[in-house]
Write a protein that binds this ligand. Structure first.
Ligand SMILES: [Zn+2]
Length: 285
């Protein structure tokens, strides 16, 4: 069996070696598991969203695992947005651009084409889109709770594909966000119940999905179709509708200039209120 002293020494040496091996293994493990703030900053996936509502949803789904940038600044309209070389430079490290599509933010294809680093991802999968009389699609589909939940799921899938290490986190965050939306939806339904069926006018044709979702009754828009200045004929028809349907209010939007609308509302004795289809500014969320 040999010298008991030598045996003890050998056990000690083995234990020491085992401890060193264990220490190295532990350090390796911990360096893989513990994500430092610096790791997150350097390695984090960076994506962008064209408009504030998509940016808002993307941030909920991305959480701490991906950085989300906003392209159209709050207060501006995506209908009249133009990309600049400076904006393109700001988007250089972006891997994915979330877009609404269907004519609302077509300029995003310019970003993904020119920057050549980002991939465009239209978030409409699984959403029942409204087809207009002229065959185009109404792009304002984010203004609907069920659709917003779908958008969150679609984003979770896209983020997971771009960063599969955090796939389960993205999916879990989309589910949690969907649950919070459902709570808010129930609350909104209750609050809007007294005005169900009450006709109202809006500035442009942005509120179909919202009205459909919550049982509201938009009765016309100040703008003519295709975002044009209202023609005299259009305004005459609107005037008639105000009388026959007893319309009492028109909603303006903070992104749209509305001086001509104000005199129209005044001349026809209807009130003006504000509805914001994009958000991102001070005031109601
Ligand atoms: Zn619009």
């Amino acid at each position: 069996m040999g010298n008991p002293r030598r045996l003890l020494f050998r056990i000690g040496a083995l234990t020491g070696a085992a401890l060193i091996v264990a220490g190295v293994a532990l350090r390796l493990l911990s360096s893989r598991r513990v994500v430092t703030a610096e790791d997150l900053r350097v390695n984090r996936l960076t994506v962008a969203a064209t408009i504030y509502p998509l940016y808002d949803i993307a941030r909920e789904v991305a959480g701490q695992y991906a950085e989300v940038r906003l392209i159209v600044p709050p207060g501006a309209s995506p209908h009249f947005f133009e990309t600049t070389p400076r904006r393109l430079r700001e988007l250089q490290n972006v891997k994915l651009v979330f877009a609404v599509g269907h004519g609302l933010d077509n300029w995003a294809t310019e970003i993904t084409g020119t920057a050549a680093v980002a991939q465009l991802f239209v978030v409409d999968r699984g959403i029942a889109l409204r087809r207009m009389q002229d065959g185009t699609v109404d792009p304002h589909y984010w203004l609907h709770y069920g659709n917003a939940r779908r958008i969150a799921e679609n984003m979770a899938n896209a983020l997971s594909a771009a960063d599969d290490v955090h796939a389960s986190e993205y999916r879990a965050q989309a589910v949690a966000y969907g649950e919070r939306l459902a709570e808010q939806e129930a609350h909104m339904r209750q609050r809007l119940a007294p005005v169900r069926g009450v006709p109202f006018l809006t500035f442009h044709d942005a509120w179909f999905y919202f009205a459909q979702d919550l049982g509201l009754s938009p009765a016309g828009t100040f703008e003519s179709a295709a975002q044009g200045e209202p023609t005299p004929r259009h305004l005459a028809a609107l005037q008639e509708r105000i009388v026959t349907e007893r319309i009492r209010v028109i909603f303006i939007e903070p992104q749209m200039s509305s001086s001509s609308l104000k005199s129209f509302a005044h001349d026809n004795g209807i009130g003006i209120a504000e509805l914001d289809p994009l958000g991102g500014t001070e005031g109601p969320g």
